[in-house]
Write a protein that binds this ligand. Structure first.
Ligand SMILES: *[C@@H]1O[C@H](CO)[C@@H](O)[C@H](O)[C@H]1NC(C)=O
Ligand SMILES: *[C@@H]1O[C@H](CO)[C@@H](O)[C@H](O)[C@H]1NC(C)=O
Ligand SMILES: *[C@@H]1O[C@H](CO)[C@@H](O)[C@H](O)[C@H]1NC(C)=O
Ligand SMILES: *[C@@H]1O[C@H](CO)[C@@H](O)[C@H](O)[C@H]1NC(C)=O
Ligand SMILES: *[C@@H]1O[C@H](CO)[C@@H](O)[C@H](O)[C@H]1NC(C)=O
Length: 615
């Protein structure tokens, strides 16, 4: 029943409206940027043609009063005087409506504009449009806190502020961490927003992010985004990203030495470093396990050990000095330092040692070291042995000398030491060549005899000569434990020369037996010389005979006792020639032999007259 009545009423109302009224169509909302012009249209349609149409525009003051701002009818179109819109609006009518144009829109223009249409008998009506004004805010400005933020703070701490200025309507600010939105979350994320409006009515939105940092946030990038309305859309602008310094306690330390590689030897400089994972890095306390009471503090986490010795070997520890550390476990680092060493070599026997010839000796060379050593023995720069012990067996004079031992470490070439020992071999003199010498020398010849002896103490060489009286000794030459003596002797008769080399240990003797050879041999020495010698004698005799014969013939001829003609002389000559011819082969041989003998003679003469040094 009630339902029926309602339907009836609605039907009546509709009929009335259609019968005699006007319909005003207006945009519910018109959106416009501040400073632009806004056009608000008021469109009317009458069910009956009106005889005239009056259009009036109104606004409501902040106090709630309605104020008309313009009026128009068929004859006039006028903007009302002395209203806040007097200078900024105009109206433009057409056949089925009117436009209100608002120029240089201000924030205060955000309000409703009413359009009232009066068609008298054709009816009247009113509609309205809400004008919305927009002014985009500036780019958001973000500022991170400069001080470090500790993970130990119980509540979220201020991380950054973000401000969006001069926007209308009020913009919104949202926060991002590593490009993911941060939503407020109890105990973890708080966002505190402060909104202010300046005199011109623009908003400034300030947002503060409070956040409970974790260790990973040292790498986090925070940013803010401002969202704001513009006509027909919502836009946004993102700030730059900022990071914060996160403070967190040290939970682990790493400890190592530098140089990292290789072995450390005495004299090296070693840095022991300790690095914690805390931020900021706390001061580090260094201790040694051997002396826990000695503490060294370092801000940079370095313990510098200069010119280390073996005493610096040991285990080193480091502890971070975190004053407010929430330490359920003690954080400590540890590193072992081993300083290697090589002590000076000790050689036994020391300095020098006297051995008797034939004796044996074991020389040792030892150097205390933390590492395995390698020892080599050198004599005159030549390697003679390896190992700590050098065996010198059955010493001879050749054994004597200077021995160096060199101790090195294969794994640590920087370590080196050496020692030496001088070995003296004592013994009776030894002649270089003990064979007794027998020689035959031509009489008058100078010969050199050499005697070289070795021994310790240094031998004395003396010569004794039985026979030729003419001899002398050249100055002796001495080299280390050997001595050389040269004597020169003129062989005049068979001679026995003895060289004595003596020292306190004994004596060695060598003899030279010299048989002298006379210059003109009394007996033929060789058949060749013999034949030529006889031939020469024959030739000389022949020549002498011929000469005498010639002289006699000449004498007789002069005296006239002998008839002398050309033929006679010729005869003699012929006779000689004949002999020559017949004996041609002999003569050639003889000439040869003469030549040989002549040079042999010359040699002999020279040997006689020249000093021995020339031979
Ligand atoms: C105002 O205009 C709107 C849009 O054209 C329309 O829907 C509404 O009915 C109108 N109101 C009045 C009271 O005429
Ligand atoms: C700002 O936030 C409010 C409330 O969450 C929301 O209604 C409004 O649309 C937001 N404005 C923008 C511009 O996002
Ligand atoms: C922020 O990050 C940059 C680049 O990763 C870095 O250089 C700078 O030190 C950081 N600043 C802070 C406060 O962590
Ligand atoms: C050489 O030694 C022998 C044997 O001792 C000795 O008889 C001789 O006189 C020595 N001769 C010289 C020149 O010293
Ligand atoms: C003997 O030795 C001396 C000195 O070394 C030398 O000048 C001389 O020529 C030598 N004489 C002989 C015959 O070798």
């Amino acid at each position: 029943m009630i339902m029926k009545n309602s339907l009836l009423l609605l039907a009546l109302y509709y009929a009335w409206e259609v019968a005699a009224q006007v319909v005003l169509n207006m945009e519910d909302v018109v959106e416009v940027y501040k400073g632009d012009s806004a056009v608000i249209r008021c469109q009317y349609s009458f069910t009956q043609d009106p005889s005239m149409v009056m259009v009036q525009w109104f606004v409501r003051t902040p106090e709630g009063r309605r104020v008309r701002i313009s009026y128009s009818d068929l004859t006039v179109q006028k903007v009302d005087e002395n209203t806040m819109y007097t200078d900024r609006i105009s109206v433009a009518g057409d056949s089925d409506g009117e436009n209100l144009i608002i120029m240089d829109v201000k924030l205060s223009d955000e309000r409703e504009f009413f359009c009232q249409v009066n068609g008298l008998a054709a009816g009247n009506g009113e509609n309205r449009t809400h004008l919305k004004v927009f002014d985009p805010p500036e780019q958001p400005v973000i500022e991170a806190v400069h001080s470090g933020v500790s993970v130990k703070n119980a509540l979220p701490s201020k991380i950054a502020t973000c401000e969006a200025r001069e926007g209308f309507p009020k913009p919104n600010i949202t926060w991002y961490r590593n490009n993911k939105p941060l939503h407020p979350e109890k105990g973890r994320v708080n966002v505190v927003t402060l909104v202010t409006m300046d005199l011109s009515g623009l908003y400034a939105v300030q947002s503060e992010l409070q956040y409970k940092v974790e260790r990973e946030d040292q790498d986090s990038i925070f940013s803010c985004e401002v969202h704001y309305h513009v006509p027909g859309a919502i836009l946004w602008a993102r700030s730059r990203g900022v990071n914060v310094t996160v403070h967190y306690p040290t939970t682990n330390v790493k400890m190592w030495r530098e140089p990292h590689e290789g072995l450390v030897k005495e004299g090296d400089t070693v840095a022991i470093r300790c690095q914690g994972d805390g931020n900021p890095p706390p001061p580090i306390i260094f201790t040694r396990e051997q002396q826990p009471e000695v503490k060294t503090e370092s801000d940079r986490g370095v313990l510098l050990l200069k010119e280390v010795t073996r005493g610096d070997s040991g285990v080193y520890n480091c502890h971070p000095l975190d004053l407010d550390a929430v330490s359920d476990k003690e954080v400590v680092g540890s590193v072992q330092l081993t300083v290697h060493y090589l002590d000076p070599a000790v050689v036994v026997p020391k300095d020098s040692e006297v051995m008797l010839k034939g004796e044996s000796l074991a020389a040792t060379c030892n150097a205390l070291s933390s590492l395995e050593t390698t020892t080599v023995w050198l004599k005159d720069g030549v390697e003679v042995g390896k190992g700590h012990t050098l065996q010198l067996r059955d010493a001879t004079f050749a054994t004597a000398g200077h021995y160096d031992c060199e101790v090195t470490i294969l794994s640590l070439p920087g370590l080196y030491t050496s020692g030496s020992v001088h070995i003296i071999v004592q013994g009776a003199p030894e002649l270089r060549d003990t064979e007794d010498v027998t020689m035959m020398e031509r009489m008058g010849k100078w010969v050199n005899l050499t005697c070289e002896a070795r021994g310790h103490p240094k031998p004395v060489i003396t010569w004794s000569v039985v026979g030729s009286p003419n001899w002398r000794e050249f100055p002796k030459r001495e080299v280390e434990d050997s001595i050389q003596s040269v004597m020169t002797l003129k062989v005049t008769t068979d001679t026995l020369v003895t060289c004595n080399a003596t020292n306190s240990m004994g004596l060695e003797t060598k003899t030279y037996t010299i048989t002298s050879i006379p210059i003109v041999p009394s007996a033929p020495r060789s058949s060749a010389v013999d034949t030529s010698g006889v031939s020469i004698a024959i030739i000389i005799v022949s020549i002498l005979f011929l000469a005498i014969l010639g002289s006699v013939l000449y004498f007789l001829h002069k005296k006239g006792k002998l008839p002398c003609g050309r033929s006679g002389k010729q005869e003699i000559m012929n006779a000689y020639s004949t002999e020559e011819t017949t004996n041609k082969g002999d003569i050639v041989m003889e000439m040869k032999a003469e030549k040989t003998e002549k040079s042999g003679l010359l040699k002999g003469v020279n040997g006689d007259k020249k000093p021995p040094s020339d031979q």
